[in-house]
Design a protein around this ligand. Structure first.
Ligand SMILES: [Mg+2]
Length: 231
């Protein structure tokens, strides 16, 4: 088989940028939180409205930040829901991912997490994987005095195309060394590569099957074992 990609020279220090939801962990954390909050018949209407918002955002009719805030509001998300999920998120690490991270750390590679999710939930996994504070990026929520999560702090990741914007900034500031490898399951992860900001994109299909991402990825792995073998 002829490879249409080249892997980084692991004797050098390269930069590996991981997505979080459905990549480092098996779940989509916000969707899971919303589902937990809105189980039961009395929430049927809220569930339907969230689906509508998600569809409108996907069609580009609503911007990312507005749709996120609206979903948080409709799901009656509270700070303690995030705290509870953060306390249990280690149970949802993608099986085998600890070995991948261990190997990359042993080879002295630079690891980053860039997530469109929430820092509160990303942080425990970053700590578990030994990824320093200045190499993990996600959104902060805004809560009111009663603990209701009502929105998202403004920042690059609260907007469409935010991952590309952030990677561009990291590049400009000299944070990314060697070959830049982006890993993730989603189109927003692929987009960083498509925007010319990563040298390689590894599509990760072990938790979520996204045919468009698989089709576009220069290299696509269906299992963590395949990923481990590549590295
Ligand atoms: Mg993802």
């Amino acid at each position: 088989m002829e490879n249409k990609f080249s892997l980084p020279d692991m004797a050098r220090q390269n930069s590996f940028i991981f997505d979080f939801d459905s990549t480092l962990v098996t779940i989509e954390t916000l969707d899971t939180l919303i589902k937990q909050n809105l189980s039961g018949r009395e929430n049927e209407d809220a569930r339907r409205r969230i689906d509508e918002i998600t569809a409108r955002a996907m069609n580009g009719e609503l911007d990312f930040s507005a749709s996120l805030s609206e979903r948080l509001r409709l799901s009656k998300a509270r700070v303690e829901h995030f705290a509870r999920m953060a306390a249990h998120i280690a149970d949802f690490v993608t099986p085998g991912m600890s070995e991948v991270v261990k190997l990359l750390n042993q080879k002295r590679q630079k690891l980053f997490i860039i997530s469109g999710g929430f820092l509160k939930i990303v942080r425990p996994i970053a700590e578990l994987f030994g990824i320093p504070d200045d190499r993990r990026f996600a959104n902060d929520y805004v809560a009111d005095a009663e603990g209701r999560v009502v929105g998202v702090e403004d920042g690059p990741l609260a907007h469409e195309g935010g991952k590309s914007q952030l990677v561009r900034a990291l590049k400009e500031q000299g944070w990314l060394t060697g070959t830049v490898v982006m890993l993730g399951d989603g189109m927003s992860d692929y987009q960083v590569y498509a925007d010319g900001l990563a040298d390689l994109f590894i599509g990760c299909g072990f938790n979520a099957a996204r045919p468009n991402v698989e089709f576009l990825s220069p290299v696509f792995v269906k299992t963590v074992a395949e990923l481990l073998e590549l590295l």
